[in-house]
Each structure stands twice: as C-alpha cells, then as structure tokens.
Ligand binder design. Sequence first.
Ligand SMILES: *Cc1c(COP(=O)(O)O)cnc(C)c1O
Length: 299
Amino acid sequence: MNALDLALLRPRLPSPLVPLGDERFARRGLTLLLKRDDLIHPELPGNKWRKLALNLEAAAGRPVLTFGGAYSHHLRATAAAGRLLGFPTVGIVRGDELAGRPLNPSLAGCAADGMRLEFVDRSTYRAKNDPAVLARLLEYAPADAYVVPEGGSNALAVRGCVELGRELAGASDVVAVACGTGGTLAGLAAGLAPGQRALGVPVLRGGFLGREVRALQEAAFGGPRGDWTLDERFHGGGYARTSPDLDAFTHDFEERHGLAIERLYVAKMLHCLTTLAEEGAFPPGTRLAAVVTGGRDAY
Ligand SMILES: *Cc1c(COP(=O)(O)O)cnc(C)c1O
C-alpha cells in the first residue's frame, strides 16, 4: 500500500518559539516563551499533528477508527486528516444521547469531513478496550481499519511528541503543557535535555494521570524517560469546566497579548503557570516555556 506523505500538508515544523513579555513573570525575574504548536497546521494543529503523524504513516491509507467525546479535538483532527489525505475515518463518540440531535460545531466539522460518526452509550464507551466490545465497534468500519485509541495516545503518538521536547532542548528550564490523556507530556519529557523539567497541568479529574503517563512511557520506550511532574490543582473536574476566575484570567491574557487562546486546555495551563509564578514557585532566573497545544478557532 502507498505510504501517506504527510509532508504534502506542509506542516510548520519546528514550530515557532517566541518570547512573551508579561510583567507578572518579569517582575519575579522569570522569562516566558510560547511554543506555538498551534501554528503547525491550520486543520491538524498542535499536539494532534505530532500524535497522529506516526499513526497515519502506520495506517498507510487504510481507514482509521478512533474514539472521542463530543468536543474531542482528536476526532476533529483525524477527520480533517482523512479528508486532506484521502482515507476513510470512523469516529466512535461517547454518549448515545447525542444520536439524533443536531451535531455541535466540532462534530458537524467531523461529519463534513466525511467521518462516519457512531454514538455509543457510556458503559460501552468505557469498555472499548475490551476485545469483545472493540470487535463489535469495529463492525462500523471497513475490515482493514487501523484503530487509534481515545485522544490519539498510543506508543506511536508518544514517540511523535519526543520531537516537541527536542525542539525545546536547552531553551528553558521548565516546560508547561496541558494534559488530557498525558500522551503529549510523556513524549515531550523524553525529548528534553538533562536539567529540563516538563510540568503537566491535567484538565481532567486528578489523581490517576501520573500512572497513565508512566504506562504510556513504558509502552513507547520500555521504561521511564525524562523529568516530569504534575500540578493537579487546576484540573477543575473536566474538559469543559470553567470558572469565573479562569474566564477573567483568559480575557485578561488575550487583551494583554493580542492572542486568542484555546479554552479547554491552553487557558488552564497558562492560568496554572501564571499562578505558580505569582506565588513564587520558581526561583528568579528560571526560564519557562509554555506549549500552545492548540488554537482557539481551529474548529
Ligand atoms: C488534545 C489536547 C491536549 C491533550 O493532549 P494529551 O496528549 O491527551 O494529554 C492538550 N491541549 C490541546 C489544545 C488539545 O487539543
């Protein structure tokens, strides 16, 4: 089968690394860089490009079946890749109550890109890694379908994110990244240079992510890699969850910097990083980098 040529999509790699002047950091002797992964590709932005690239090469043009919630950036990116590169896509969506209702903009975009959407109840969705359940879900896809797990995070995805760390090697002391599945953090940490630390900010319910990141590194590399920690304080109980505090922070940040920021993940990570800076969590002289894993209006 013909290999897919992702280079045809002209990704902007390495992504730009730009200083951001922000007095809340400067006042404490800290410097801040933004790693603009949101600029990698207009339809496959940020970590979604890095996580999909090796998987799409492995799928080599076969249909791709994958999983996500109603607002999944991963489903949206997979559907766009299918349209741009010419392979069929199937999205298994959490929540059968969504079937028969008007699609939200994210899912409508998936459908417009030709993704077949199948809505499944939450207990089926939760059991999707069970071989019998997966076999049933695979009936929605052609026989030779390639399966990408929820959020796109498998060993190939983690390996694809190593390059993100390499692009940042030596450029900062701490690299902050928002986490859903933790796949990006797992790869990023592996690509950093000695002396650098990755700081993961989970946006889902806390408590389990450290285990997941270790398991993903085990699958990708056969053992732990790099220096990483989590700050679970801002997980806020879910992707879509927000608060007046976070909204105020986000508006203020956008006005200060003239930059629209993605709400589900990036705003929470920047809020966490700014709060840590203001609390004096980093010694003066610390160089910080924040990964902009996605763009505001991509979807
Ligand atoms: C998917 C996504 C994440 C989470 O990435 P994981 O590898 O699942 O941790 C973070 N930020 C944005 C903008 C995303 O779309």
